[in-house]
Ligand binder design. Structure first.
Ligand code: MLT
Length: 323
């Protein structure tokens, strides 16, 4: 009887300590895993948003780049970490909605095994090419790709990444499913090689290419969104440029391991929302072409719905695509 009472007391003390810890959260720095190289769109958004979240949380949000396997290495690391709110991830359309269809043995389940926090930003997709590629507009590019499928080098950030996923859709629509491809640890390093002319083209999120397009170091054929981006008003939509069927909206968002305490989730959601409402953060994101998420998309449930919607849309197409 005495043993039982002591056991109950210990269990109660542990549960109480857990609750108290969750209520005091955060008491130490939080790691935000970026599953791609520094300098790419995911890294850029994570650093802008994370810096402001640190202020609200009263603890540093430290970005850690864990690249590899189209972003799935870093996301697997984050989502299999202890669910205590101290390891979170900045993922995206690729790692959360596309990867499950492209990696059958994936070590995480974004639909049933992840705690969504919220969407951090929509990231329109552009078809960009090295500055001196012969094709001067999208129609010429399409004709060139179809006539010379073995001559072009496509850059992407690994199977399952956004750049791979979106160019896979594009190539499927053009009837050239397989081109020469060069896989990088992120589109940051891929963009450097595009600027120096070592690769020919890629499909990338606006956030990292906007500045290079404006500086004329690369060219943008079109944006795969219904409207032009205010950040790049001279770049035509795919519809205007003659390829209306190529439409895809990418995004970046934050998630944590399943089982993260509600107190920590609530504080992370609040910090994300405060960051996105901050005028300075908003301006930096908008200048790079980010689309600000709706109030609903900034909630765990709203973001989970986005992840599932896009996984349902992409899975059948990607499962059959050449890897
Ligand atoms: C990155 O941050 O490098 C990109 O989001 C990679 C990608 O294309 O998915």
């Amino acid at each position: 009887m005495k043993k039982l009472t002591l056991g109950l007391a210990a269990a109660f003390a542990l549960a109480f300590a857990g609750t108290a810890n969750a209520q005091n959260y955060p008491t130490k720095p939080i790691t935000m895993i970026v599953p791609f190289a520094a300098g790419g769109p995911t890294d850029i958004i994570a650093r802008i948003v994370g810096e402001n979240m640190s202020k609200t949380l009263g603890q540093q949000v430290v970005v850690e780049n864990v690249a590899g396997a189209g972003g799935t290495t870093g996301i697997a690391r984050a989502l299999t970490s202890p669910p205590d709110g101290y390891t979170i991830a900045m993922g995206h359309l690729g790692t959360f909605s596309a990867a499950p269809a492209t990696y059958p043995g994936l070590k995480y389940d974004p639909i049933n095994g992840m705690q969504t926090i919220g969407l951090a930003g929509g990231t329109p997709i552009l078809i960009v090419a090295r500055k001196n590629l012969e094709a001067k507009d999208l129609k010429e590019f399409v004709a060139y790709v179809k006539a010379n499928p073995d001559k072009l080098n496509e850059a992407h950030a690994g199977v399952g990444s956004v750049s791979w996923t979106t160019c896979t859709l594009l190539k499927g629509q053009l009837g050239v499913p397989k081109l020469n491809a060069v896989a990088y640890r992120g589109t940051g390093p891929a963009l450097n090689d595009l600027v120096s002319g070592q690769v020919d083209f890629m499909c990338d999120q606006i956030v990292s290419v906007a500045e290079q397009v404006k500086a004329d170091t690369i060219k943008a054929y079109a944006i795969a969104s219904p409207q032009r981006s205010p950040a790049l008003p001279n770049v035509p939509t795919t519809k205007e440029a003659g390829l209306p069927e190529f439409q895809i909206e990418a995004w970046n968002g934050i998630a944590a391991p399943k089982g993260t305490p509600k107190e920590a989730v609530d504080k992370l959601v609040d910090a994300l929302n405060k960051a996105l409402n901050d005028e300075g953060v908003k301006k930096r994101l908008l200048d790079l072409g980010t689309v600000m998420p709706t109030a609903e998309e900034r909630t765990p449930a709203g973001f989970a719905a986005v992840v599932k919607r896009d996984a349902d849309k992409l899975s059948p197409i990607l499962a059959a695509a050449p890897k």
